[in-house]
Design a protein around this ligand. Structure first.
Ligand code: SF4
Ligand code: SF4
Length: 112
């Protein structure tokens, strides 16, 4: 019988992107190709006007799209004011404003 030490080892907590619905991610890669250049540095989030006033997080938004979580993306997207500050700071030249507009178009076309 194994000795109990007062704690247990948790099962591995990993995110398997292959199990997520890839439609939103693939659609965005075509509609906004520069979104594929993102390295997740967070510069856009730090500069974001909406992020200073609300819990809006543009980097998190990209993660939600990768996970195919369109409902939560739709709940967050309207907070963006399309000011373009994120566009100015991105070291990878991601056209974040176009990316956001493309996300909105996807959600509109898919009734979200
Ligand atoms: S600043 Fe650019 S590279 Fe960095 S997380 Fe934002 S979009 Fe991605
Ligand atoms: S365009 Fe949207 S995501 Fe970018 S800085 Fe402005 S409010 Fe934030």
């Amino acid at each position: 019988m194994p000795t109990l030490w007062g704690y247990s080892i948790s099962a591995a907590r990993s995110i398997d992107y292959d199990k997520n619905d890839p439609l939103f991610r693939r659609w965005l890669a075509i509609a906004s190709p520069s979104s594929q250049l993102c390295i997740g540095c967070g510069g856009c989030t730090a500069a974001c006007s909406a992020g200073n006033l609300t819990e809006f997080n543009i980097r998190r938004l990209q993660m939600l799209v990768k996970r195919g979580e369109s409902r939560e993306t739709a709940e967050q997207l309207h907070k963006c004011m399309l000011c373009g500050k994120c566009l100015l700071v991105c070291p990878r030249g991601v056209d974040t404003r176009q990316m956001i507009l493309s996300m909105k178009r996807f959600l509109r076309e898919h009734d979200q």
